[in-house]
Ligand binder design. Structure first.
Ligand code: PLP
Length: 655
């Protein structure tokens, strides 16, 4: 066998000489049909179970996110014999930046007597999305892998380890050496180039039998998923099948894999935070706070300038209504600043109970319960109502607080397509359950569209499940009197649970859950976010009471908001901007995160406060401006804003 003659460190363990059977344990994880992570270990029988458990754990905590499919494949190794190889010798090339890293790659290719160096480097990006590697004839630059989308994968290999449990924490370095050693021994392969697709790992390598394993410390920016791999092939192309079969099927165990010393901390225990922030910054996802120097109303003062506020959730501008402010001031004088305890100890006042009564009346339910924020209301309600063994059906665009509530509940979560009641029905049918819940935003917070409530409630009732709707952005906004989604649909279909916030149209703070008396009594006794947190201050509660009263007495304010939405969307359309909404939220899609930030900054410079919304609030590549209107915006202000938005979009060639 010519393999043996190519390296002195090769030994073939023949059939019959293997002391203990060995098994290959492979893990492959994906989400939305996109590969997330994969790994393989070769272990004796008693290590199969712990190894599989560790691989599962690793897949579930991958930096690229949680998988929706996870495959574990366990195979007894073929009788053909296991090839034992000595690990390639390793040399680390410290470089300051990616450019210097690529210079090392060029040098490596030249040493292999390759002349078409630049063309090969230019081919690396073509391999980014592939699960395997490009198999490239280095002289003709022909791609030899049979499936260009998938590439060729080197599998069936592992490091020989002493004592260490197989499948322990991910060790990029060890895994890369094992793979590179196998690849370097494959017939007709003269070398390999590799950049990891792990966003947290910027080190890449170039490897061959003659140069060994050259570890190049920087080949891409931190945070980038742009990895790639090329196997460099030279020689008779009729031998390609032999190469591929070696790469995919020949079991290989690599001996003497060096252990990498743990990296020195950059600046102590908190260095990982710097690294995480650098990654966020590289992806244009860094967030910073902008301090206002005024109350939040249709115009605000920020950085010493007056700006038109088009990003606030105070859709009805209630925080600045005189009656609200003076009642809150009066209550401050009477009750003082804080509440002093949780609702079940000393933090409950008559005002808290009055507010709950008013919310229940406004929403047309038997009872209501106030929480410290909308976020806590969702977390506490969902996690106390649902538990292990239950199933929650959740819209894919639901707010983060619903998602977190579902996670905290430990129920199984089935995500259905956005506002797609046919998909929900299909999933209800496919996932029968004893107890469960369907949950959705009423008005979706980043898209501004409205839930199909009649079908939602009908499906929940037909399948005997609780229905819950988050009214954070529908309360005060839709329905003739601003009572929300039930009023919007004529009042005949009502979910079991209405959740909402006091922080948006009501202009104060807090969240609430409305429903039957029994539901509320249950939450008082079981909802940890209610029980174990200090109650909202009476001042905040007073502001909510007065604001609700005001909204009920002034339906014209709700109408003004609804008219403003129609007017603003009309202005944008006239300018050729694709924007359409029935609610206070008018999304203007940009796509790229960096561009969205630039557009938002240009508008800020021109006097308009309009936030760019980016991943993870919306999907990657779905960055947008989220215009949020107020009842008190004037027509002139809205026209000026639409003109400015269109102007900046044109400047950026987005229109
Ligand atoms: N639900 C939705 C749909 C939201 O948009 C928000 C706020 O952004 C919340 C819940 C949380 O409400 P709060 O800000 O009062 O915590």
């Amino acid at each position: 066998m010519d393999l043996v003659s190519r390296s002195s460190g090769v030994e073939l363990r023949k059939k019959g000489r293997v002391a203990m059977p060995l098994y290959s344990v492979k893990m492959r994880a994906s989400a939305d049909d996109q590969h997330i992570s994969g790994a393989e270990k070769i272990v004796p029988p008693h290590q199969i179970a712990p190894c599989a458990a560790r691989l599962i754990q690793r897949a579930m905590s991958h930096a690229k996110g949680e998988p929706d499919q996870l495959h574990i494949k366990i195979e007894k190794l073929e009788e053909a014999g296991i090839l034992f190889l000595d690990a390639l010798p390793v040399r680390t090339l410290e470089v300051d930046n990616c450019r210097s890293g690529l210079e090392q790659v060029r040098e490596f290719l030249r040493r292999l007597q390759i002349s078409r160096v630049e063309e090969i480097i230019a081919l690396l990006p073509k391999t980014y999305a592939m699960r395997g590697a490009m198999l490239l004839d280095v002289d003709t630059l022909e791609r030899l892998e049979p499936d260009w989308e998938r590439g060729v994968r080197a599998t069936c290999m592992d490091a020989q380890r002493a004592g260490l449990p197989a499948g322990a924490e991910k060790n990029h370095f060890a895994e890369a050496i094992v793979l590179a050693t196998k690849v370097a021994h494959a017939p007709n392969i003269i070398g390999e180039l590799c950049i990891s697709d792990d966003p947290e790992y910027v080190t890449g390598y170039a490897a061959s039998l003659t140069t060994g394993y050259l570890r190049i410390t920087k080949l891409k920016p931190l945070g980038s998923e742009q990895g790639g791999r090329i196997f460099l092939y030279r020689g008779d192309q009729s031998q390609v099948d032999r190469t591929i079969s070696f790469l995919q099927e020949q079991p290989v165990i690599v001996r003497n894999v060096p252990v990498l010393a743990p990296p020195q901390p950059l600046c102590g225990k908190l260095a990982f935070l710097d690294e995480a922030l650098e990654r966020i910054q590289n992806n244009h996802l860094y967030r910073r706070m902008t301090p206002l120097q005024s109350a939040q109303s249709a115009t605000v003062c920020c950085q010493g300038r007056e700006l038109l506020m088009l990003a606030s959730n105070h859709y009805l501008d209630m925080a600045c209504v005189d009656e609200v402010k003076s009642y809150a001031a009066q209550v401050l004088g009477q009750y003082g600043a804080g509440s002093g305890g949780s609702r079940l100890t000393t933090g409950n006042t008559e005002l808290h109970e009055l507010l709950e009564q008013r919310i229940a009346e406004f929403k047309g339910t038997e009872a209501a319960l106030v929480f410290n924020s909308g976020y806590v209301a969702n977390l506490a309600a969902i996690s106390s109502l649902m538990g292990r063994g239950d199933v929650i059906f959740s819209d894919e665009l639901n707010h983060a607080s619903i998602i977190d509530g579902c996670r905290l509940s430990r129920a199984e979560v089935v995500v259905y397509r956005h506002n797609d009641m046919d998909d929900l029905e299909r999933k209800l049918w496919e996932n029968p359950c004893g107890r469960g819940m369907v949950v959705s935003d009423g008005v979706f917070s980043m898209d501004g569209d409205i839930l199909n409530l009649p079908r939602f409630v009908e499906l929940a009732n037909r399948y005997g499940l609780l229905s819950m709707v988050d009214e954070a952005h529908s309360t005060g906004v839709i329905g003739a009197a601003g009572r929300g989604i039930v009023e919007y649909y004529g009042g005949s279909c009502k979910p079991d649970i209405l959740m909402g916030t006091l922080s948006k149209s009501v202009g104060s703070e807090g969240g609430f859950v409305c429903g039957s008396r029994t539901l509320i009594d249950y939450l008082v006794n079981r909802a940890r976010g209610f029980i174990f947190s200090t109650a909202l201050s009476p001042v905040t509660i007073a502001a909510s009471i007065k604001a609700l009263e005001y909204i009920e007495e002034h339906p014209e304010r709700v109408r003004a908001l609804q008219e403003n939405v129609k007017f603003f969307c009309g202005c944008l359309k006239q300018q050729g901007v694709n924007a359409c909404s029935e609610t206070a939220i008018v999304p203007i899609l940009i796509g790229d995160e960096q561009t969205a930030m630039e557009v938002s900054q240009a508008l800020f410079d021109a006097g308009f406060f309009l936030s760019a919304i980016r991943y993870p609030t919306v999907e990657k590549g779905g960055a947008r401006l989220r215009a949020a209107l107020m009842a008190t915006h004037t027509r002139e202000q809205l026209q000026a804003a639409a003109d400015a938005i269109a102007g900046v979009l044109r400047e950026k060639m987005l229109l």
